[in-house]
Design a protein around this ligand. Sequence first.
Ligand code: 10D
Ligand code: SF4
Length: 316
Amino acid sequence: MTKPPLTLYLAAPRGFCAGVDRAIKIVEMAIEKWGAPVYVRHEIVHNKFVVDDLRAKGAIFVEELEDCPDDRPVIFSAHGVPKSVPAAAEARQMVYVDATCPLVSKVHIEAERHHANGLQMVMIGHAGHPETIGTMGQLPEGEVLLVETEADVAGLAPRDPERLAFITQTTLSVDDTAGIVAALQARFPAIVGPHKEDICYATTNRQAAVKAIAPKADAILVVGAPNSSNSRRLVEVGAKAGCSYSQLVQRAENIDWRALEGIGSVGVTAGASAPEILVEEVIDAFRARYDVTVEQVETAVENVEFKVPRVLRQMA
Ligand code: 10D
Ligand code: SF4
């Protein structure tokens, strides 16, 4: 039986960013240095495949520092942690390595700088997300007000509307965030902030690549996890940019083939925490059913790399 033809638009950049790459290396190198088990507070990055692989190598994943023994090293996930977490680890004299992405740490430093200048902060982010909890936790209670949507801006009750700054989560929708920033600036003309927002290069580039593909693809599949903010934003961007079927898939086995019946093209990308091997698995699944022509759509070239912390570099 002949297979139907299918053009597969492969987004570039896609998948691992420099912060994820570094965080995974930190866990691997920590296991090498100190032996198993090494504890990791929260999923090092939001991907089950990555977490399962590291667990097999000797990592133990927990949600809270209280779940770790005093005498084993612990690593903090790439999303960042409130200040209280390293403080508690120090009080218990634990060995810890902070795998917070340097671009998240940059936002933490920004928040501290504004606070030192006497400004109250507005954080644009998702309630309950570990990065938002970590960033808000850099400052004392009440110093950071959270907004998730444009509509939330109207309900803000700052201490002094003249003395405000804003910061953002790094994995937000570029377009939605521009709307929220505009609403903040309209209501609080004196608000200070970054040039645009704190969305990182990887988030920005992956969204731009999906935007380029969406108008010509009959369907878009984003390889990523349901708890991965940046991956879920890629699904939304695909839909908003004109693709009527935009879906998240963790693995090839999750593809709903019936929903894809009759398509002539598909766009494939991956969130910043999704390994390339899972993208290959998805492409192979299409090859098994279609006569696939892969067309890479490259909208940016990335060459960002972050060093692992010195305590691990010395060993290498
Ligand atoms: O949910 P998320 O997009 O923030 O995290 P994920 O682990 O999926 O991707 C890496 C992004 C990080 C660590 C936050 F910047
Ligand atoms: Fe860092 Fe951006 Fe990757 Fe988050 S998505 S880990 S901020 S590079």
